[in-house]
Design a protein around this ligand. Structure first.
Ligand code: NAD
Length: 336
């Protein structure tokens, strides 16, 4: 795979956390080259469109992108630029790790789980949305396919096998949504039978949420449909200290985009106090994807180490450091 990645600095706090993240990647000396392209409001201002053709070309060519958060303008255009990018590149697997870090305010200190969310269909796709003329009846369609279910469940099992994880849990609502969730569960059971070395179990989504809050240690890899995955992965981010520590990878067969789960945080943009960790953890996922697993491990360990440097943490983690201070504290440890 090429060493050049497309870099979208993003909107709001995007440029600040991207600068911090790239400073750590540079310190690692992994030889990455950056092709800077625009999307979101920055692209609209500069090029008159939210996702310029040049940006699409760069992602297609390099096959890997690191993306800062994008502001989706209210009214008109796409429902979300992120959803649009996932659709255009068929990025079917949304992979969101939730891992406890020391010295963070969170309910548990030993969480280590990954949510694998189907990223292209299901209720989140909001197909066929209609509102009756009187405005009193809203409807939408849910599409779940055998192909979509097969590839996401297989992705989850392969990920578990590749990373030495022991268990995959399918999360569904097949007792009520008998066709859509039912098809997903049926396919999950079929695929699970091919992976005798990985334990498989099932949870109805509401029970899963309660179990996650009460006994998260029972989960390892969760695989689920689009909307359930959206909600569950945020719940998991909440279990480990919030959005400032939650990364996400969007993986397809032709391209992959790595990002922070959080948005462009307009309330703190330009103040230099945004936490760069979520994007940096997204960059660590990217390093794994590029076959640079040793560097990815160094980044994660450096973040753990920097968490004890309380003065240099950003305010969301209880410190009074700037984005640049915190990134520097991490870079120092990553290269020690
Ligand atoms: N992946 C993405 O690009 C993405 C994801 C979510 C929202 N958005 C967009 O972002 C914009 C703002 O959305 P929002 O305000 O609902 O959510 P948000 O995630 O931007 O912010 C929610 C809260 O979390 C805080 N926060 C977020 N990231 C932080 C960080 N790294 N460090 C410290 N604090 C942080 C913010 O200050 C804010 O108080 C919207 O236009 C939305 O469409 C983009």
């Amino acid at each position: 795979m090429s060493n050049t990645i497309a870099v979208i600095r993003g909107d709001g706090i995007g440029p600040e956390i991207m600068d911090g993240t790239l400073s750590v990647l540079d310190a690692l000396g992994v030889g990455l080259e950056y092709d800077f392209v625009d999307a979101g409001m920055t692209a609209l201002d500069k090029h008159g469109e939210l996702i310029p053709a040049e940006t699409m070309d760069a992602i297609r060519r390099h096959r890997v992108a690191l993306k800062g958060p994008l502001t989706t303008p209210v009214g008109g255009g796409f429902s979300s630029i992120n959803v649009e990018l996932r659709r255009r590149f068929d990025l079917y697997a949304n992979v969101r790790p939730a891992i406890s870090f020391p010295n963070t305010k969170s309910r548990y200190d030993d969480i280590d789980l990954i949510t694998v969310r189907e990223n292209t269909e299901g209720a989140y796709g909001s197909e066929g949305q209609t509102l009756s003329e009187d405005g009193d009846t809203a409807m939408s369609q849910i599409k779940v396919t055998r192909r979509g279910s097969e590839r996401i469940v297989r992705y989850a099992f392969d990920l578990a096998r590749r990373t030495g994880r022991k268990k995959v849990s399918a999360v569904h609502k097949a007792n009520i949504m008998k066709t859509t969730s039912g098809l997903f569960l049926k396919v999950a059971r079929e695929i699970a039978a091919e992976y005798a070395d990985i334990e498989f179990n099932e949870y109805i989504v509401d029970n899963c949420c309660m179990q996650l809050v009460m006994r998260p240690g029972q989960f390892d890899v969760i695989v689920t449909t689009n909307l359930f995955g959206d909600i569950i992965s945020d719940l998991c981010a909440g279990l480990v200290g919030g959005l400032g520590l939650a990364p996400g990878a969007n993986i397809g067969s032709e391209a992959a985009i790595f990002e922070a789960v959080h948005g462009s945080a307009p309330d703190i943009a330009g103040k230099g106090i945004a936490n760069p960790c979520a994007l940096l953890l997204g960059a660590a996922q990217m390093l794994d994807h590029l076959g640079k697993g040793e560097a990815a491990t160094r980044v994660r360990k450096a973040i753990v180490g920097a968490m004890s440097d309380r003065d240099r943490l950003t305010p969301d983690l209880g410190g009074n450091g700037s984005t640049a201070d915190f990134a520097k504290a991490i870079a120092e440890r990553a290269t020690a």
